[in-house]
Design a binder for this molecule. Structure first.
Ligand SMILES: NC(=O)c1ccc[n+]([C@@H]2O[C@H](COP(=O)([O-])OP(=O)(O)OC[C@H]3O[C@@H](n4cnc5c(N)ncnc54)[C@H](O)[C@@H]3O)[C@@H](O)[C@H]2O)c1
Length: 521
């Protein structure tokens, strides 16, 4: 990757950078630890090596359920090669590397790599747009999302002004941003001085003072259309000419919002995912009146924030929440048929999702999941069979992880046992037909993705896969939802959907888009 003549210079710079960010003591400690491990696994210590690598294998399997062959092959290479001379060891490694390269998982992960690279060459629009660097950015709303968005902007050195309606909220937002910076200091990715400098980029306010200088405002106030409309009108009165207004709404209509704007062309959606510092996806939402400049500005900013943007047409739930909505609804219906909800979570994890649907509902918040479910349910009521489960649970005042009680109980932010009151509500113990249970949830998402492509909510299957992998954690080793569906074969999926329609209802009716095609790609 680096020309020969420059290699030394780069290596020294690289080492200096590590010393600067991590500190000499940290490196010395790492070296000592690594030496200790090497002593245990090399030379004649066959038993030590065997135990060490067996434990490593168990840990990998616990994390990956065997879905990723490469780490297991790497362990195998160590186990077989470490007692042999270097050339023999390298030969073993090369052979096992060949095995890893030939796997489907490797091809799928390369596909994900290309999906991640794709936006780097894109602008989000077809026309040529001259962009202005936003320089000062305003954020309205200092809650969970506002605080995290402000931290991300300041981390990238944008001066940012954060407005809320009450002093304690502003302080809470600042504290939230500071705690995220503290995390980086703890990981030695920032020094305390750098953290302080970055925190100084953020100023809090209860008025629109300072918003006259901003070329971009990101709104993250409560999920209520009336509040968002009022905020848009207030800030438009003092925003700069040409400034862009981006809403972080999860499911409200951008087209409806921009109807009250003086300059609707400058209004669009910038949908971050929670937690902002971890989730790579941003949905850039184009309302009916949104202009190219607004879309290109948000697309460009997302890339500068190291996020992966996709452009989505305004529609209930946009792309990711719409697909997750049908998946979660189906999971609830299945549990209500007498299936054990913890078992459903387990088989979904084995499929490769980072967590099961019920654990995900707890993470998002039962109130929010129900709210999004209602928006989607109203929009697609002609074809969705709505589960009543979340409404029933909400009546019991359960909020999920943030309230320490949901489908599971939580202590110190960690999941503990299943919640006994949920077990009373969902006493089902069925643990059977795992393939069918997975297919019901996943094929519904495939069908919904096809519908989004048919309705041109997104333009390509690559966008679906980018959204689902980077926004919903769809297993990367499967290459994304559409790529996975192609590997199974759309014909077979359509056939199964038709069967499910007879067994479970009309929501499984396959859309014309997948009936007509052999593959998504
Ligand atoms: N929480 C999530 O998981 C998530 C994920 C993606 C998008 N979103 C969206 O982000 C937005 C904010 O969500 P949140 O979870 O941060 O909510 P939150 O309740 O944590 O914060 C909302 C903040 O907005 C403030 N606010 C209300 N009215 C205001 C006004 N008129 N002017 C200024 N501030 C005002 C409130 O005081 C509060 O501090 C919502 O539109 C939500 O749908 C949330």
């Amino acid at each position: 990757m680096i020309p020969d003549d420059l290699l030394n210079e780069y290596a020294v710079k690289f080492a200096e950078e590590i010393i600067r960010t991590k500190g000499v003591k940290y490196i010395a400690a790492r070296k000592k630890k690594a030496r200790g491990i090497m002593e245990l696994i090399t030379d004649k210590n066959f038993i030590g090596r065997y135990i060490m690598l067996t434990v490593a294998r168990q840990q990998v399997l616990k994390k990956t359920y065997g879905n990723y062959p490469a780490p297991l092959l790497a362990i195998k290479a160590m186990l077989r090669g470490l007692s042999k001379p270097l050339d023999k060891g390298l030969e073993i490694e090369a052979r096992l590397f060949g095995e890893a390269v030939a796997t489907d998982e490797h091809k799928n992960l390369m596909h994900i790599f290309h999906l991640n690279e794709r936006p780097k060459k894109q602008t989000g629009v077809d026309s040529r747009v001259d962009l202005e660097e936003p320089q000062n950015i305003g954020v309205i709303g200092a809650g969970v999302m506002g605080g995290a968005i402000v931290q991300l902007l300041a981390y990238k050195d944008y001066p940012v002004r954060m407005k809320d309606i009450a002093g304690p909220m502003v302080i809470k937002g600042l504290k939230h941003a500071e705690s995220l910076f503290d995390g980086l200091v703890k990981q030695r990715r920032l020094t305390s001085l750098e953290k302080q400098r970055k925190m100084e980029k953020i100023s809090g306010t209860l008025t629109y003072d300072g918003f006259q200088r901003t070329r971009l405002v990101i709104e993250a106030v409560a999920e209520k259309m009336s509040v968002k409309k009022q905020v848009l009108q207030e800030v438009e009165a003092c925003m700069q000419e040409n400034a862009v207004f981006a809403s972080n709404t999860s499911a409200l209509s951008i087209s409806e919002l921009q109807a009250v704007a003086k300059h609707p062309g400058r209004v669009c959606g910038m949908h971050f995912f929670n937690p902002v510092h971890k989730m790579p996806l941003v949905e850039v939402v184009r309302g009916t009146a949104t202009g190219d400049k607004a879309v290109a500005t948000i697309f460009d900013l997302s890339k500068k924030l190291n996020k992966t943007p996709i452009v989505v047409k305004d529609s209930p739930g946009f792309l990711v929440n719409r697909l997750l909505g049908v998946y979660i609804n189906e999971a609830c219906l299945i549990a209500q048929e007498g299936y054990d909800f913890q078992w459903i979570d387990l088989i979904v994890k084995k499929f490769g999702m980072p967590m099961g649907p019920f654990r995900l509902i707890d993470e998002v918040g039962i109130d929010i999941a129900e709210e999004v479910g209602l928006i989607l349910g109203d929009a697609f009521q002609d074809r969705l069979k709505r589960s009543s489960l979340l409404a029933d649970i909400r009546q019991a005042n359960l909020l999920g992880k943030k309230g320490k009680k949901g489908f599971y109980l939580y202590r110190n932010n960690r999941q503990k046992a299943a919640n006994p009151s949920i077990l009373k509500l969902l006493p089902g113990t069925r643990q059977e037909n795992d393939e069918q249970v997975i297919q019901r949830m996943m094929y519904l998402m495939v069908n919904e993705a096809a519908r989004c492509l048919e309705e041109q909510i997104i333009s390509t299957p690559q966008d679906v896969d980018t959204g689902m992998v980077f926004g919903a954690g769809f297993p990367p080793f499967r290459g994304g939802l559409c790529k996975w569906a192609d590997d199974i074969g759309l014909k077979s999926i359509v056939h199964t959907l038709k069967n499910f329609k007879d067994l479970f209802g009309d929501r499984f009716l396959p859309v014309q888009y997948i009936i007509n095609r052999k593959t998504f790609y």
